[in-house]
Design a binder for this molecule. Structure first.
Ligand SMILES: [Zn+2]
Length: 306
């Protein structure tokens, strides 16, 4: 599906040092504006929702203020839902899906659940359309104590008081062709490892928590998204990107052990969405709609009486 490539920075077999990381950084260019696309959209939500600045990233001369949006009628007696987008800045529909959910749906949950939305966790990478932050670190392997990624550390500080109170967390991602053509080769080069080609699944899938799987919850989301875009089939080995498919469109990772965003709370219900924007069968509009459908289905499931 994608052509094998390699990353030309550094010496094969040797992990990058600061010189190689500096070369990599010098090759990254700003391609779009966090201020225009994200902060502009957040400003338009301020009359209806509470907006909190939860941190600032300083990269050279650049500063990025980090924002989260909260239900205006926050009530500690209600359950809490967490939605995160743009942990990988290049995964566009995660950011715009989160913002669209707030704009079109968040008000519907007033009085039923508190919702906290961090729509663009990694804004430097949003602008560069990259997976890593400016330190060549993947924030989504860095949700751990003493995190080396300031994006991850800031989100963990925001969420820490709610860790035991969050009932459901939906972390919005994409799996793209550039994962295989650009980001996995760069990862192998950075770590001094050989690049082993894989394949990118065509369609939407979810990642559950292998330590606390919730298959019924995941299937409720899959059923809702299937009305918007196609679900990734398992490959010939019964896998999606190298992990066993546990139910249609669902794989599992050990979220906390891997330092993944979806593991930052002790929520009973956690999922990571993986939208596939490079499919000939999916438009950007469908990708945003699939993210919104995921969040709405997750909330509907946890709020349903049972
Ligand atoms: Zn991602």
């Amino acid at each position: 599906m994608t052509t094998q490539t390699h990353c030309s920075i550094g010496t094969p077999g040797q992990p990058w040092g600061s010189a190689e990381k500096a070369i990599w950084l010098s090759q990254q260019t700003r391609k779009r504006s966090y201020e225009t696309d994200v902060l502009g959209a957040i400003d338009r939500l301020r009359d209806r929702f509470d907006v909190v600045e939860y941190g600032r990233l300083e990269y050279g001369p650049e500063t990025f203020a980090l924002f989260a949006i909260r239900s205006r009628d926050w009530n500690d007696a209600l359950p809490t839902a967490l939605v995160t987008g743009g942990v990988h800045g290049y995964e566009t529909s995660g950011v715009h899906g989160a913002l669209r959910f707030v704009d079109r749906h968040l008000a519907d949950y007033a009085g039923r659940v508190n919702v906290l939305v961090a729509p663009c966790v990694s804004p430097w990478a949003y602008e560069r359309i990259h997976r890593w932050n400016a330190l060549a670190i993947d924030p989504n392997r860095s949700f751990r104590e003493h995190s080396p990624a300031p994006e991850s550390a800031a989100l963990m500080r925001l969420v820490a008081p709610l860790r035991e109170r969050v009932l459901v967390h939906v972390d919005l991602h994409e799996t793209t062709d550039s994962d295989e053509s650009e980001f996995r080769p760069a990862l192998a080069a950075r770590d001094g490892k050989a690049f082993e080609p894989g394949s990118i699944p065509d369609g939407f899938y979810l990642v559950d928590d292998s330590e606390h799987p919730q298959p019924e919850f995941q299937q409720a989301i899959i059923a809702a998204v299937a009305k918007v875009t196609h679900i990734a089939p398992a490959d010939a080995k019964g896998e999606i990107i190298g992990s066993r498919v546990t139910s249609p469109g669902v794989i599992e990772y050990a979220l906390k052990k891997l330092g993944l965003c979806a593991g930052i709370t002790n929520a009973a219900y956690k999922t990571t969405t993986e939208v596939y924007p490079d499919s000939p069968r999916a438009t950007p509009e469908q990708c945003n709609a699939a993210q919104v459908a995921s969040v709405c289905a997750a909330l509907a499931y946890v709020l349903a009486p049972r």
